[in-house]
Design a protein around this ligand. Sequence first.
Ligand code: IPD
Ligand code: CA
Ligand code: CA
Ligand code: CA
Length: 282
Amino acid sequence: MSADPAALLDLAARTAREAGELLHARRLTDEVSVAHTKSTPTDIVTAMDTASEALIRDRLRAARPDDTILGEEGGSVPGGSGVRWLVDPLDGTVNYLYDLPAYAVSIAAEVAGEVVAGAVFCPPAGELWTAVRGAGAWLNDDPVRAGSVHELDRALVGTGFWYDSGLRARQAELLRHVLPRVRDVRRIGSAALDLCSVACGRLDAYYETGLHPWDWSAGLLVAGEAGARVGGLPGEAASRRLAIAASPAVFDELRSLVVTHGADVVGSPVVAVGPGRVPGDS
Ligand code: IPD
Ligand code: CA
Ligand code: CA
Ligand code: CA
């Protein structure tokens, strides 16, 4: 079966939209009550996280039965085609629980270990973000470009926090050093939307420690294709230790702030091997 990135994007985009519409239609219903918690009491899963993941898995399996699927809520499927889907069926679960309009479905397609297509759909805004490696990034039908801020003190910076209280304390300590150096900080509550915000200049930069590949894969491609610089620790791709996207001129300064003042966050064994670790993670 073909692994043409444009065809993979088409499937990702259609599926993200369908799952997002399901989430939106069922918000504020009894199905949105917390089903269980995962790594910590703050790490919640609702019945709609799993319903969205089941829909996505069914659609991907029906269209491409030999592909591998890695889904956040355990809906993973092995496959032998060389294509792997990275699925966050509901990014921003806490926002969804409170009906804050910043949640999304994120679906990325990886071929031979490289993300080649990604779609992020935000139902309350009706915004579909898409990207194909080497071909650009779009918001609905329009191409998007990242901002071009040149000084970090003029940069609006997004970040997020893990569900582990010990790690959160260290993330707060890092934030204490970042906040005085930037225009301001936003905590939107959805890593995928943070990254898409960098893609269109709604944020100038974003960093987070402790994410999983399903959180960043689609959004990081969108941001990179929109002209942002994206990566992880120096010399590395994005990883659980650090995912960062920024206007190119402020990328190095922001990353060195994070590396200098967040050494015990990015080096934390919780981030490296903690609950929810993905097999094959480095
Ligand atoms: C979370 C969100 C949040 C980020 C957390 C993620 P979830 O994903 O993206 O913004 O700060 O690190 O785990 O659990 O809502 O899919
Ligand atoms: Ca989650
Ligand atoms: Ca997520
Ligand atoms: Ca999720």
